[in-house]
Unconditional design. Sequence first.
Length: 328
Amino acid sequence: MAASLSPDAELYLRGLELIVQGSVSDAIVPLRQLVDFYPGSPFASRAEALLEKYASRLDRSGIVPFYILNLMTMVAVAEALPSFLGTSDTLVLGLSGLAATGAGVGVSWLLSHDRDISFGQELWMESAQLVTTLDFSILYDLAAPPGDPNWVRFKGLGAAVAAVAARVGAYALAGGSALPSGQPAFIMVNYALSWAYTSAFLTFVLQSPDKTFNSVVSFGLPTAVAAGSWVLWGVLRWPDYRTGLTALGALGGALTGIFADLVVLRLAPTVDTRTLFGIAIGTALAGQVLTGFLTQGIPDELPRSSPVAIRPTVDSKGAVGFQVSLSY
C-alpha cells in the first residue's frame, strides 16, 4: 500500500517531478509553497537552491488577462461615474474614458513590475471580482426602494467600485508569488454555473414573481456553492483545465437540451415553456456532472500521495540527507 507523504515532502517531490518532465515554470509553484509554508522543513534549503537555479525569471503567465481585466475595471468605474452624476456629455465621457485607459495601463505596470503575475494569481482576482460584483448587484436590488431613481443611478457605480475593491483585495492577498490556478478556477466556474442554473430556474421554470425570494435564493445558493467549492477543492485538487472541461460539458449539455427542445416542440407543439427550459437546465447540469466523471484520469494539481517515500536523515556531523524508498 502506498505510503502518504508529509505535505513538505509532497511539494518537494512534485517540484522535482515537474523539473524532470521539463515543466520548470510549473515546478516553481510547489517549490515556492514549500519555502513559504514550511521554512523549517529539511527540504526547504534544497527547494531554495532549485528556485535560485530555475526561478530567475518571473512567472508572467497571467500578465495579459491581468492588464485586460484591470483596464476593463477602470473603464467601468470611469464610465459609471458620469452616469451617476447625471450627465451624458460626450466630452465628459471621452475624457473620463481616456483617463481610465491611461490609469488602467499605468497601474497594471506598477503592480506587475518585478513581481510574479501567474495565471493562478489572476484567477484569484477574477473569482473574487465575479463573486463580489454579482452578489453586490443582487443585494443592492434587494435593498433598493422600488422606483427610487437615486438608487437605480447608483447601482452601476456601486457595482464597479465593488469590482475594484474585490480585485485590489485579491491582489493584496494573492500577489507577490506564483500560485496554483486550480482552486480559483474551481470556485469561479462553480459559482458562475450555479448562478446561471439558479437564475434560469427561478425565471423560466418556477416563474416566481416574488422579487425578495428570487434575490435571496440567487444570492444565497451560488455564494454557498462558492464557499463549498473553496473547501471541496482541498479534497479534489482539480487542475484548472479539468474544471474548464466541466464548464464545457455544461455548455454542451445546455446546447443539447436546447436542440432537443426543438425536436420536442415538433413532436408535441403544446408542451409548455417551463418543461422546455427545465430540459435545458437538466441537460446542462448532467453534462457538467458527466464531464467531471469522464475526466477522472486527469492528475490532481498536487498529488495527495505517492508510492515514493522520501525521509530526511541526519548523519553524525549533522548533515541533512534523504532516504528514498518505494512502497507497493
